[in-house]
Structures are given as structure tokens and as C-alpha cells.
Write a protein that binds this ligand. Structure first.
Ligand code: SF4
Length: 332
């Protein structure tokens, strides 16, 4: 699949983040000498742009590479190859010191609000830690910022003396959000931020993230497997399958008229609110193949209901099938 220029019209100056041909392979060791005997190709040539102030949702089944993509663009995982341009600079070429200053602009919210918060630190210490590490302001100013951030995420400044175990899941995720906001970032990678929360709490946290985006002009790369969550929050949606992007378009467009057979099957599982509008559920046959040895040609050909002979041989081109609607399929 040619992924070099997914959005040909996009110029660097218009994008906040521009990812090209990103790959992340994890080595597999074996034998008595623990030699590398293969690689898990978790992300295998992914390209996309994110524009300032938007939310790009990344969706796909578990193991499709969306979380690895999110962590690789922040260099929390070191990519195998490709480029990640943030405000025009390829951050994969930056040394430790330069990367440290860029990191202030790029933060992450994790899925598990409990596991990501140090249980031995008070809430105030957790939120203040990034400010301490980057030596931002005086101690008094840092304390004031913590109080402000607690207020911004809907908690009380008195909560700063308490510890994570004293809070509910939703409150803990608010603490994680406050911490992510502490350095005033431009981009936030939200990695399944509501998946671990009760459904009743999910919408509160999603609304908070939307409010914060409006207030602070934040840009989100929002990763989730929940299709309704992605539809609720995203301006554009990218669909991943087995380490590659298979479709990308504006959220309304892709939900109303998916083009790729994988997206069609994925979205066919969403319940339709109007019972008179019946949508046929598409059940895919077989399991997702191994990312160690992905299928040749189109990676989806082993499960695709409309696959032809050429699909197993030729990698489909990543093309703009309609304005702003990109897809990798020979027949769409
Ligand atoms: Fe299916 Fe072929 Fe299109 Fe792949 S290229 S999605 S196998 S029709």
C-alpha cells in the first residue's frame, strides 16, 4: 500500500502532527542464544496528519496497532522507521535534550487511571510532577497551578492532599487529565481514556475532554475500540487493521458511508436507533492473522467478503476515493 502521501493537499504548515510511513516492529527472540528470529509488525507503514484543534479518532480491533501508533508518535516507544513531524520538525531525529522540550507540547492520557497514577504520591504531587521535572515557575506558582488544574477538571483544590485510592475511576481519570494538562500541551494522545470507566461516567469524561479542547485549543489523537465513543468525539476517523490504515474520512462521512469492506463490517455492529432502518450485520469469517507474518497483498484478503485473486498479490493503493475520504482497497 502506498502510504507516502495520504493527504496530498496538506502542507506541513497546516498540520500540527504529520506522520509518514511509521513502523514499529518488536523483535521476537528464540533459541538458546536468544537470537532475533522474527518481528511482530505492530505498526507497518502508517501515515496521517492531524490539524490544530481537531480530534482524530483511531479505531480498530484489539491488536490492530492503534495504541502502538499513539505511543510511537510520542516516542514512548521508539519507532523502527518513518517520520513524525510535530510543528514541522521531525522529532525522531531529535536528541534527548531537544526531545525533552518537545515533550512538554505532547502529552498522553492512559486507559487505566489507577495504574497510571503513583499510589504513593498525593494528587497534588502527581499533577505537579511534570512542572517540577521541567522546572516551570516557582514552588508557589506550581502549587497555584495544581489548584487551578483541579478546578478545571471538575475536582476541588482540597483534593490535592488525598491519594489516588481515595477516588472513583472517573475522578482518577480527571486527575490523569489534569496531569496531562499541567504543561499546557498542544497535542494530547488519549489512549482508550474512557474504556475502563462505567458507561454512565464515560460521557462525563468525554464532555470534559471536549470542553477542555474548546477552552485550551487542544488537539487530540483519540484512540478507542468503542465505535460510539469515537463517533461522539472525533472530527475525522482513521480505521486500522493489522498494523495499517485502511480508511480515513470525516466522522459523519465514514459512519454514514464506509467504503472499505473491513470498516463496513466493523460499523455494521453499531445498533441503529431507528428500528425501521435495518442494517445487516456483517460477520467476518476467520481470525485476525498474526502480525508476525501478515498476509501478502491486501492484509484483509483472508477475511474480506469481496476479495478477488489480485487482492492476495497486490497491495492496494492508499487513494482519495472522494474528497477527504481515503481508502486502501482495489475496488472502492
Ligand atoms: Fe477486500 Fe481486496 Fe479490497 Fe482488500 S483490496 S479490502 S481484499 S476487496
Amino acid at each position: 500500500m502506498s502510504m507516502a502521501e495520504p493527504e496530498a493537499a496538506a502542507k506541513d504548515s497546516e498540520t500540527l502532527l504529520s506522520v509518514r510511513n511509521l513502523k514499529k516492529y518488536f523483535p521476537i527472540s528464540g533459541g538458546i542464544f536468544s537470537r532475533v528470529v522474527g518481528h511482530v509488525k505492530a505498526v507497518d507503514g502508517v501515515s496521517f496528519d492531524i490539524y490544530p484543534g481537531e480530534t482524530l479518532g483511531l479505531v480498530g480491533e484489539s491488536g490492530c496497532g492503534k495504541t502502538t501508533t499513539g505511543r510511537s508518535v510520542l516516542r514512548l516507544l521508539e519507532p523502527t522507521s518513518g517520520s513524525v513531524r510535530f510543528e514541522g520538525r521531525d522529532i525522531l531525529r531529535l536528541g534527548h535534550r531537544e526531545m525533552r522540550s518537545v515533550r512538554r507540547q505532547m502529552q498522553i492520557i492512559f486507559q487505566d487511571p489507577f495504574g497510571s497514577l503513583n499510589p504513593r504520591m498525593s494528587v497534588g504531587q502527581i499533577i505537579q510532577e511534570p512542572l517540577d521535572v521541567h522546572k516551570v515557575g516557582t514552588p508557589k506558582e506550581r502549587e497555584e497551578r495544581v489548584k487551578y488544574l483541579l478546578d478545571v477538571v471538575g475536582l476541588s483544590s482540597s483534593h490535592r492532599r488525598r491519594f489516588p485510592h481515595e477516588f472513583s475511576g472517573g475522578q482518577r481519570q480527571r486527575i490523569g487529565i489534569a496531569r496531562a494538562l499541567s504543561l499546557n500541551p498542544k497535542l494530547i494522545v488519549a489512549d482508550e481514556p474512557v474504556s475502563a470507566l462505567d458507561v454512565s461516567i464515560q460521557s462525563q469524561v468525554l464532555n470534559l475532554l471536549e470542553d477542555l479542547q474548546n477552552e485550551f485549543g487542544l488537539t487530540y489523537l483519540f484512540i478507542a475500540h468503542g465505535l460510539n465513543v469515537i463517533r461522539h468525539i472525533s472530527d475525522r476517523v482513521g480505521v486500522m487493521y493489522l498494523g495499517v490504515m485502511v480508511e480515513m474520512a470525516h466522522a459523519t462521512e465514514i459512519y454514514q458511508g464506509p467504503l472499505h469492506p473491513y470498516t463496513e463490517a466493523l460499523f455494521s455492529a453499531i445498533p441503529v436507533p431507528n428500528p425501521t432502518l435495518r442494517r445487516e450485520r456483517i460477520i467476518l469469517q476467520g481470525d485476525v492473522p498474526s502480525p508476525v507474518n501478515p498476509p501478502s497483498g491486501c492484509r484483509f484478503h483472508t477475511r474480506c467478503p469481496i476479495a478477488q485473486d489480485t487482492c492476495g498479490v497486490q497491495v492496494p493503493e492508499w487513494k482519495e476515493s472522494k474528497p477527504g475520504h481515503w481508502v486502501a482497497c482495489h475496488f472502492r
